[in-house]
Design a protein around this ligand. Structure first.
Ligand code: FMN
Length: 257
């Protein structure tokens, strides 16, 4: 029968061999550039960069199609980011061509009923809200294309906000802590008029930027960048420099992303 010392030595040798084997395997995966498994295990910046996978949620709120400037520039931003990072995936949510119902009393009742106690009717009432929230949770990056309507966001976008700002889903009601963590958002807004920027004559009328910044911040998304396309109602010649400036900005964003 082996004495205690022999058993301990045998265990130490076995442990060292296992650690060595694991280290060898680990190094092999580390060198497997482009392999997802390698990326998950690899601590090196190179491998992580090579396998950087981003999922973008692209939300458009303009009911206009080809004429929409927020849609045009936000599409170009998404395309530029995908071109900069092949492998990036995109979910499109087109609020401009979809009805998001307003909040009703039964909806509120369903929202505040614990998930396990909800009736089939309540579950059905929350289905769209659940779907929209799942999209937000699944994405790393949000790109919102939002027209300015009467100085704020279009009603459909406000309805969207009311559907995704949900206690215990996207914010903690006890602490008011946002639950959408480690996300980055870009907001491309289009305004028919001009002068809504910081320090400009209509800045105080611009309720679109504060609304987006506050609600996203409340839900945990504090890293928000705005691209404003102003003067979309102006004649073509005046719009040329505006569009050029917006495109310069999105190119810089895509390069830095
Ligand atoms: C209902 C409605 C309200 C609008 N309100 C404003 C406004 O308050 N300020 C402004 O500068 N432009 C306003 N506009 C113009 C739009 O902001 C402009 O047409 C913008 O380009 C719309 O976005 P889109 O091109 O993505 O559709 C309004 C347009 C509509 C249809």
């Amino acid at each position: 029968m082996a004495d205690q010392k022999t058993v301990r030595n045998a265990l130490l040798i076995t442990g060292a061999a296992a650690a060595g084997y694991f280290l060898w395997k680990y190094t092999q995966r580390d060198n497997t550039a482009g392999s997802t498994t390698g990326a998950m295990l690899s601590p090196t910046t190179t491998t992580l960069k090579e396998t950087k996978m981003t999922h973008i949620l692209h939300v458009n709120a303009s009911p206009r199609g080809e004429g929409s400037q927020s849609r045009l520039i936000s599409n170009e931003l998404v395309e530029a980011m995908v071109a900069a990072h092949p492998g990036t995936t995109v979910t499109d949510r087109d609020l401009g061509h979809q009805i998001i119902p307003f909040v009703t009393e039964p909806f509120i009742g369903a929202m505040y009923t614990p998930a396990e106690a909800r009736t089939p009717e309540q579950k059905e009432l929350l289905m769209l809200s659940d779907e929209l929230i799942a999209e937000l949770k699944a994405a790393d990056v949000y790109v919102f294309g939002v027209p300015m309507y009467n100085f704020g966001v279009p009603a459909v976008f406000k309805a969207y906000i009311d559907y995704v700002a949900r206690a215990n889903e996207t914010f903690n009601p006890a602490t008011y802590e946002g639950l959408l963590k480690n996300k980055k958002a870009y907001v491309v807004s289009a305004h028919g008029g001009a002068g809504y920027g910081p320090g400009q004559e209509r800045e105080s009328m611009n309720q679109l930027v504060p609304t987006l910044r506050d609600i996203l911040g409340f839900l945990g998304v504090t890293d928000v960048e705005f691209v404003s396309v102003e003067g979309t109602s102006a004649p073509e010649e005046k719009r040329v420099p505006v569009m050029a400036a917006a495109r310069e900005k999105i190119a810089a964003i895509a390069k830095a992303s």
